[in-house]
Design a protein around this ligand. Structure first.
Ligand SMILES: Nc1nc2c(ncn2[C@@H]2O[C@H](COP(=O)(O)OP(=O)(O)O)[C@@H](O)[C@H]2O)c(=O)[nH]1
Ligand SMILES: [Mg+2]
Length: 443
């Protein structure tokens, strides 16, 4: 039988309320020892007095949320104690709960129990972690879709199809006289279909991963084009220093922002130019490094001064990099002789909406539709999908041999195994440990 576990489920620090969570066969007994509640009806919230186990000294007044197995997050009896959000008090309360018989939960142990009880599959487990760490509208929506089970359902459906054909093949092999061989055409159709699905999922996973991790966008250009001003405007507050003196920004400055629901890390860089100033020189080197790693470069030009020779050099330098060209200071002039340029004004805010839309379009996120497509956002799931696709390619080759039924089964079993790892329907302890290693205590 499982031990009864407990942990503080709210973040360390001071808040209005805090939650100590208890789960396991003795959850009610433990809560009864340190609170005035003695009767635990399912799905109830009970006001109570909380006290020390031995001295009965009152610690706080709180609420107990009671969930009776199997109708709880973990599938076990669960009590959540709401107390006032003093970290000192919460720690003290946890100590009493442990004294009363509970064991301190490991990181992610509540969710692990939910998984082992079949309440969540592994894709949903990962979605729990993603929901907790979501920092933008898009990443939150994505995590919630995975939590609803969009990946789980798809993978289970494909795995079911493979299991079906596998059982038909095995039946035909075991009873060659009674059961007809499944035709290669039928198997080929299934494999081809799965191949298409895998390819689509893998293609869309690039978007899922970008939505989850956020995009790095570097602003570059020659000095004084308004990079720092644009950085501040996109950030919606003044973080970077803006002056009329060229060469003001010397260090790369990073900040998180949301652009149309996408989490982005904006990087303001030193202007790209030849300079004798030692510090600025280092800044320029850093700018070049950022250019290489950013998901997108915003090349900023000055509409007021028009395209200069330095600008041409920068365009040349950026060739082949994912980029958008921006003519800043359109409030002064709109004439910049550079193709595909988006006029904006960091000062007046003109066209910043247009720029935001273009950024999402350039990152291929304009047409993201969570209701239609599945955007896998876990590297683990993606890697396993790649493996499944590789075995699938071999399976298609094997289908062309004469005795295809004999050679096909191990391949199909391989695919079924990998798909089972994605959802956790058939998975090693090692993979489970790895997933829960990234969790926080109390979840
Ligand atoms: N009129 C106008 N001036 C701007 C605009 N954006 C920046 N500036 C001015 O251009 C100068 C250089 O701006 P800054 O952001 O420091 O440029 P950076 O060197 O590229 O970072 C400052 O004097 C800003 O006030 C704009 O959209 N319109
Ligand atoms: Mg600057």
């Amino acid at each position: 039988m499982n031990k009864t576990i407990a942990a503080i489920a709210t973040p360390p620090g001071t808040g209005g309320v805090a939650i100590v969570r208890i789960s396991g066969p003795d959850a009610f007994a433990v809560a009864a020892k340190i609170s005035s509640v003695k009767k635990f009806d399912k799905n109830t919230i009970k006001p109570c007095v909380l006290f020390e186990l031995n001295t009965k000294t009152v610690l706080d007044k709180g609420l107990l949320s009671v969930f009776k197995a199997p109708n709880s997050y973990t599938g076990e009896n669960v009590v959540e104690i709401n107390c006032h959000g003093s970290y000192y008090l919460t720690q003290k309360l946890l100590t009493e709960v442990l004294k009363a018989g509970a064991h301190l939960a490991e990181a992610g142990e509540f969710t692990k129990r939910a998984f082992l009880a079949g309440k969540l599959d592994l894709t949903q487990v990962e979605a729990v972690a993603d929901t907790i760490s979501a920092g933008s509208d898009l990443s939150l929506n994505l995590a919630l879709r995975h939590l609803e089970g969009d990946v789980q359902q798809k993978i289970r459906q494909i795995r079911g199809e493979f299991l079906q054909i596998l059982s038909e093949i095995e039946a035909a092999l075991d009873y060659p006289d009674e059961i007809a061989d499944p035709s290669p055409e039928k198997i080929r159709a299934l494999l081809k279909n799965a191949q298409k699905t895998f390819a689509q999922l893998l293609e869309d996973s690039a978007r899922g991963l970008l939505i989850k991790s956020g995009a790095v966008i570097a602003l570059v250009g020659r000095p004084n084009t308004g990079k720092s001003s644009l950085f501040n405007a996109l950030l919606k507050h003044n973080k970077a220093i803006v002056t009329a003196t060229p060469g003001t920004t010397r260090d790369a400055l990073e900040a998180e922002a949301q652009i149309n629901g996408l989490r982005v890390t904006l990087v303001d860089t030193a202007g790209l130019r030849e300079t004798q100033d030692a510090v600025e020189k280092l800044g320029v080197e850093r700018s070049r490094a950022h250019l290489q790693t950013a998901d997108l470069v915003l090349a900023v030009f000055d509409a007021a001064s028009g395209a200069a020779a330095e600008d041409r050099k920068i365009l040349e330098y950026l060739r082949g990099r994912p980029q958008l060209r921006v003519a800043n200071k359109m409030d002064l002039s709109e004439k910049v002789d550079i193709p595909d340029i988006i006029p904006v004004s960091a000062k007046t805010g003109q066209n910043l909406d247009l720029l935001a839309a273009k950024i999402l379009e350039k990152l291929d996120l304009r047409r993201v539709d969570f209701s239609k497509n599945i955007y896998i956002s876990s590297l683990r799931q993606k890697d396993q999908l790649i493996r499944a696709a590789q075995i699938l390619a071999k399976t298609l080759d094997a289908l062309e041999t004469v005795d295809y039924l004999d050679v096909l089964a191990p391949h199909l079993q391989g695919i079924v195994a990998v798909l089972g790892e994605i959802t956790g329907d058939a998975v090693s302890d090692e993979i489970i440990e790895q997933i829960f290693a990234n969790f926080c205590v109390g979840k």
